[in-house]
Design a protein around this ligand. Structure first.
Ligand SMILES: NC(=O)C1=CN([C@@H]2O[C@H](COP(=O)(O)OP(=O)(O)OC[C@H]3O[C@@H](n4cnc5c(N)ncnc54)[C@H](OP(=O)(O)O)[C@@H]3O)[C@@H](O)[C@H]2O)[C@@H](O)CC1
Ligand SMILES: Nc1ncnc2c1ncn2[C@@H]1O[C@H](COP(=O)(O)OP(=O)(O)O)[C@@H](O)[C@H]1O
Ligand SMILES: [K+]
Length: 527
């Protein structure tokens, strides 16, 4: 992959940014029709590749969907998304497919109207009513792209609902029609795509959790947007980027220097577990082990010590005095050790809310700190923003949506726009915030955001977050004294964790990825 292509695959844009980039290309002399022709030609080729893979059983037989058998329905909207679709219709017609157009609009943009006129001159049938569209093998959705700003109403809304009910493969051009380009919100109703061919640059809405039921498998159609134009538009605004394998691997502590020792490779202190939640401590520790951290110390209630030692013989397990309820009552570190002895601290999984004083103690330390689970619930009780304002060192918070709402009740709704919510939370708290979900989003206080674009619902399972906390803590400890931005390390952990889930699910199904198994797949991702 060329450097430019690598850069392009990282970028995430809003509709306004895309329009500005597009405007620069046109202002530089690229004719609008030429760009549409180029883009739609690429889409038509990709649809040809994809549609040959859709097989449909008819009376028990398997039929390959390729010319001259294939019947393709093209859904055309009034703007340039519809223009793209009409060029695709024409190209597929010439390739020998049976093509039918559904176009429920009268007012079209000029270029779209010209393409319609030509398609009609080729005698490609065109219908205004969805009922008239013959039975098709595949539908191509060019109703709306990034120009959609208003809620879709009838009759288009009913037509979209009906198209979804047909259960045919649908390939959406740019984004599934009906999704808000930035938030991924459904504007009334939306096409449920099998594939989404995103044009030029990734649109932010495609990476928001609420869009995922509609997006299907998403891929980027690169049409050679000049990098200078992307930079010119994006340089002054907070950068929102996709985590890729290349970005994630670039911050891994590999290769190790030949001359080193265990403390140089990071010393992580985990503080986790209670009598009630013993397993969470083991899973967090296994995540930390997976990170390769040089030295691992684990503070647990005394009654869990033997259990932890038997699972992690390499770790230094610190048994602490416990409360009546079996939570850690006091951090009793070994002689000559205090919190400043550690490269990083990860605190929270399985603590219960009875460990408030422990969380206060780590918050008061000058060490980089990951807070998760009960660590976050306790922070919320202490008062997130005023408490974090006292901290000088790095803090990383790793909430799921429920924890996020408890931590940041005044931040805008994380269900509506996760990217905006995580940006606001990081800006207000000064922490790096990782908002868990199907598309985990990570923000730093300056507004930079990483989004993890690939994961698996196999991870929606108790304990998988504990593995992430340990893994992240281990990577953070190894990065101490290295000049890697903290949010990049957090992004690497999120990517690694998700990839382990994907790999495990591919070998064991989505039901086979318990948190222990997940921890065992971490190494396989990078080896
Ligand atoms: N960027 C690039 O580099 C390239 C972009 N390209 C393509 O252009 C697409 C963007 O095109 P676009 O700007 O024409 O907008 P698009 O998404 O087709 O829809 C807007 C139309 O819908 C209408 N409309 C809106 N809401 C509505 C509603 N609720 N119900 C009914 N109507 C509604 C709205 O009408 P109006 O608001 O004026 O009434 C307007 O006419 C982009 O996604 C990509 O496919 C490529 O060709 C080349 C490279
Ligand atoms: N639908 C999903 N798709 C992908 N990843 C998911 C999904 N649901 C949850 N996850 C991931 O699984 C992990 C769950 O963490 P968390 O909610 O803290 O669980 P626990 O506290 O039980 O360990 C997070 O990393 C989250 O991003
Ligand atoms: K579309």
């Amino acid at each position: 992959m060329s450097t430019k292509k690598e850069h392009i695959s990282l970028v995430i844009v809003t509709a306004a940014q895309m329009r500005e980039i597009e405007g620069r290309i046109f202002a530089a002399g690229m004719p609008v029709p030429a760009l549409m022709e180029k883009v739609a030609g690429l889409i038509a080729n990709r649809i040809q590749d994809l549609s040959s893979n859709f097989e449909q059983g008819r009376q028990g037989e398997q039929v390959r969907i390729s010319p001259p058998f294939a019947r393709i329905g093209i859904l055309v909207g009034p703007g340039h998304n519809g223009g793209d679709a009409l060029v695709v219709a024409r190209e597929l017609h010439f390739k020998g497919y049976g093509v039918w157009i559904y176009l429920p609009f009268v007012q079209l943009k000029e270029l779209t109207s010209q393409h319609l006129q030509y398609a009609q001159s080729l005698e490609i049938p065109c219908y205004q009513e969805i009922e008239q569209l013959p039975d098709c093998d595949v539908l191509v959705d060019g109703l709306f792209g990034f120009g959609l700003e208003r809620t879709i109403t009838d009759p288009i809304a009913s037509a979209i609902n009906q198209l979804n009910e047909w259960n045919k493969p649908i390939i959406s051009i740019d984004l599934p029609s009906g999704l808000h380009t930035d938030t991924g919100e459904v504007l009334g109703t939306a096409i449920r795509a099998t594939y989404t061919l995103c044009l030029g640059l990734w649109k932010q809405g495609l990476l928001q959790d609420q869009a995922l039921d509609y997006v299907g498998k998403a891929e980027l159609i690169d049409f050679d947007i000049p990098w200078a134009d992307v930079q010119a538009v994006l340089q002054d605004v907070p950068k929102i980027k996709r985590i890729t394998q290349a970005t994630a691997l670039s911050t891994l502590p590999l290769p190790r220097p030949p001359v080193t020792h265990k403390y140089k490779e990071g010393h992580l202190l985990l503080i986790c577990g209670s009598r009630r939640y013993a397993g969470g401590a083991i899973l967090t520790a296994l995540g930390a082990r997976g990170s390769g951290v040089g030295m691992l110390s684990i503070a647990v209630p005394e009654s869990l010590k033997q259990l932890l030692v038997s699972h992690l013989p390499e770790a230094l397990v610190i048994g602490c005095p416990e409360t009546e309820t079996g939570a850690i009552a006091q951090l009793q570190l070994p002689e000559k050790t205090d919190l400043s002895s550690f490269s990083a601290i990860a605190c929270g999984p399985g603590l219960t809310k009875d460990a408030t004083s422990i969380v206060e103690e780590v918050l008061a330390s000058d060490r980089p700190l990951v807070l998760d689970a009960d660590g976050l619930n306790i922070l919320a009780q202490l008062g997130t923003i005023p408490t974090l304002q006292q901290r000088q060192a790095t803090t990383i918070l790793t909430p799921h949506t429920g924890e996020f709402q408890r931590l940041f009740p005044l931040v805008s709704d994380a269900k509506h726009d996760r990217v905006k919510a995580v940006q606001e939370a990081a800006a207000q708290s000064g922490a790096v915030v990782l908002l868990k979900g199907a598309r985990t989003a990570i923000a730093n206080p300056q507004g930079s955001v990483w989004i993890n674009p690939e994961s698996t619902p196999a991870l929606a399972r108790g304990g998988s977050g504990d593995v992430l906390t340990g893994l992240l803590g281990g990577l953070l400890a190894q990065a101490v004294n290295k000049e890697i931005p903290v949010e990049d390390i957090v992004a690497t952990a999120a990517w690694w964790h998700a990839q382990a889930g994907i790999l495990a699910a591919s070998e064991r199904t989505e039901l086979g990825v318990d948190a222990f198994t997940l921890s065992q797949y971490l190494l396989k991702v990078i080896s």
